[in-house]
Design a binder for this molecule. Structure first.
Ligand code: ZN
Length: 265
């Protein structure tokens, strides 16, 4: 789940994939030399990661202003206290990769997927075995030192917070921050650049489970299409780039991606 973008509520409509659309998309994937996937919140909802923006979502329980970068800077101890509570609310249950994550990992293993760019911060793609992952908004499983920029595992840091270390600090004395892009915090050029390069070099961009409405993810499909890529969009609802899509499958990613894997065998 990506807290910046939120996710669309699952549609109660029939989400069965038209076999024609599916087979055409599979054929396009087969024909492409360089395939890049772009994923968003919709890929993780089936893993039980709650929606942030929908009614009853995380932002009904927590105030987004508490997780703003300016709040972190002004009051890192208070920020972390709430952050740990929110983390428990979002990831407290058994969160495991689902069929969509597994399908993308399978494509990569078979050499049918060259790179994966994600808006999600949950690490579930790596959990499923994907290795070539660009995380646009960081990863909630890590922390980063605001002074020396060293990145480390978040689990022991959350334990230290539970033991009263607020705010948690790096060995160098700097304050630790979740290694995710907070509201009001600029994205790192070192992650945007590889994502743009992947989009430019793709023969086919497979956008899955993203509303494609938040930058920089929103512009990646446009970049890919401008440089000649075929665009395949899999999402429950139409997106702002639907008109550009060569193949649009309005369906659940956990149905469509495994079906594509089967067709590509
Ligand atoms: Zn440090």
């Amino acid at each position: 789940m990506d807290e910046r973008t939120g996710s669309e509520a699952p549609s109660p409509d029939d989400t069965r994939v038209g076999p024609d659309g599916l087979e055409e998309a599979a054929a396009a994937l087969e024909a492409a030399d360089r395939v890049v996937a772009l994923t968003g919140a919709g890929v993780s909802t089936a893993s039980g990661i709650p929606d942030f923006r929908s009614e009853g979502g995380i932002w009904d329980e927590f105030d987004p202003a508490e997780f703003h970068y300016s709040r972190f800077q002004a009051d890192p101890a208070g920020f972390w206290e709430r952050r740990v509570q929110m983390h428990e609310a979002v990831y407290g249950g058994d969160v495991e990769p689902n069929a969509a994550h597994e399908a993308l990992a399978t494509l990569e293993r078979r050499g049918q997927l060259d790179a994966l760019v994600t808006q999600n911060i949950d690490g579930l793609h790596q959990g499923a075995g994907s290795e070539r992952v660009v995380e646009l908004h960081g990863n909630a499983d890590r922390v980063v030192c605001e002074r020396c920029r060293e990145r480390t595992d978040a689990v022991p840091v959350r334990e230290r917070i539970d033991d009263g270390e607020l705010p948690p600090r790096c060995d160098c004395g700097g304050v630790l921050k979740p290694d995710v892009v907070l509201f009001g915090e600029p994205l790192s050029p070192t992650t945007i650049q590889p994502a743009r390069t992947h989009a430019r070099e793709a023969d086919l961009l497979l956008a899955a489970g993203s509303s494609l409405s938040v930058e920089p993810a929103a512009s990646l499909p446009r970049t890919a299409v401008r440089t000649g890529a075929v665009l395949v969009v899999v999402n429950l609802e139409q997106t702002p780039v639907s008109a550009l899509a060569d193949h649009e499958l309005l369906a659940d990613v956990t149905d469509v991606l495994p079906a594509l894997v089967d067709l590509l065998e």
